[in-house]
Design a protein around this ligand. Structure first.
Ligand SMILES: O=C(O)[C@H](O)COP(=O)(O)O
Length: 246
């Protein structure tokens, strides 16, 4: 007997539209992002994948996306748990930089190493940067320090404990679980669920606002690969993410 897990990357954000590295900077959805989120909720309702519980990051773009999707699916009332462990990868000193300018300045290899390598973080962000999260009240009580940069491996290390301790128990209790999060925190979770290698994960891009559904066995293993509810739109969205900066 398996239970349903729905992964949903937030809709287009202001900084997605402007082509800026975002990470932990708390930007909001664009109008297009809001429509993507509502359309995702309508898809959930149409497919009968109605969430019983929501897990989100503590970043507004994921929270807005969940609210809009759940409104469209008439499930605004479900219980919610939020955790910084589902946040986007901290993009270090790249936060706030233009992706195309960064590609031009540092070249393809360095750009892709920072963007998609498994274990090379970008340079750390200074605490006095306008894009730093030091002092942000939502991170009071965070165990350990707020990251100043992260690679994908770091995201896996801080996200998997939350998966195991908070999300898997909901699935094991028979609930349909919606997780609204981010391009790289969801890449980390998909890598874990599908056993994707450290090398091959570089080729995986998660589109904005496209529900990705897994059947999860007791204990948290996926019974097969994830399936997008709208595979054609998801493929086009993933290609657009891959092409950012170009
Ligand atoms: O933080 C960001 O800039 C995006 O959410 C993800 O960016 P990426 O696709 O360049 O990793």
């Amino acid at each position: 007997m398996s239970n349903t897990l729905i992964l949903l990357r937030h809709g287009q954000s202001d900084w997605n539209e402007k082509n800026l590295f975002t990470g932990w900077v708390d930007v909001r959805l664009t109008e297009r992002g809001r429509s993507e989120a509502s359309a995702a909720g309508a898809l959930l309702a149409d497919s009968g994948a109605l969430p019983d519980v929501l897990h989100t990051s503590v970043l507004s773009r994921a929270i807005q996306t969940a609210d809009l999707a759940l409104e469209a699916a008439d499930r605004l009332w479900i219980p919610v748990q939020r955790s910084w462990r589902l946040n986007e990868r901290h993009y270090g000193a790249l936060q706030g930089l233009d992706k195309a300018e960064t590609l031009e300045k540092y070249g393809e290899d360095q750009f892709m190493e920072w963007r998609r390598s498994f274990d090379t973080p970008p340079p750390p962000l200074d605490d006095d940067s306008e894009f730093s999260q030091v002092g942000d009240p939502r991170y009071v009580g965070i165990d350990g320090d707020i990251p100043r940069t992260e690679c994908l491996k770091d995201v896996i290390d801080r996200m998997i404990p939350y998966w195991e301790q908070s999300i898997v128990p909901d699935l094991d209790a028979g609930k349909t679980v919606l997780v609204t999060a981010h391009g790289n925190s969801l890449r980390a979770l998909v890598k874990h669920l599908e056993g994707i290698s450290d090398t091959d994960i570089a080729g995986l891009n998660i589109p904005t606002g496209m529900p990705l559904v897994y059947d999860i066995e007791s204990g948290g293993s996926a019974s097969g690969p994830g399936r997008y509810l709208d595979p054609e739109a998801a493929e086009a969205g993933a290609a657009a993410v891959a092409a950012q900066g170009r």
